[in-house]
Design a protein around this ligand. Structure first.
Ligand code: TYD
Length: 135
């Protein structure tokens, strides 16, 4: 499955709204790990790497930020600014998170545990691997 925005259920209530996602239901994998990025100083960029195996789902729980995905040929920018929208990011996409608003909170779930060997941190190496996959 390609990267795509997934709209989550939003249970509207005068007491406040509620959204959720479940393994293999709203998201196409089983969650092994959850992490979140917060208190990002204005102008800073997170990410700038690809994952060999990790598939992720990124939600802009609060505030606003951009997720920029590069598939080795072209770049696509997604703005996450609602608690009920998430971005599915499959493995082997170069990604960076930027343009964080004050107090923004990025919640990220992954199908694998943390493994530093899963990271590709060199963009040229990433492009080479993508090219080999396409061949
Ligand atoms: P990193 O993934 O490089 O951050 P980002 O992509 O958001 O810029 O992770 C930063 C540090 O946090 C790095 O030293 C590894 C550690 N880390 C964990 O220990 N567990 C995790 O699940 C994640 C995502 C990072």
């Amino acid at each position: 499955m390609d990267a795509k925005i997934i709209q989550l259920p939003k249970i509207q209530d005068s007491r406040g709204n509620l959204s959720f996602f479940e393994n293999l239901n709203q998201i196409p994998f089983i969650i092994k790990r959850t992490y979140w990025i917060y208190d990002v100083p204005g102008g800073d960029i997170r990410g700038s790497h690809a994952f060999k195996e990790s598939n992720e789902f990124i939600i802009g729980i609060s505030g606003s930020f951009d997720v920029v995905l590069h598939d080795g040929v072209k770049e696509t920018k997604y703005n996450l600014n609602r608690s009920y929208f998430g971005l599915y990011v499959p493995n082997m996409l170069w990604r960076r998170l930027e343009n964080f608003s004050t107090n923004s909170l990025a919640l990220i779930v992954s199908n694998i545990g943390y493994d530093k060997k899963d990271y590709i941190r060199d963009f040229d190496e990433f492009k080479k691997l993508k090219y080999e996959i396409r061949k």
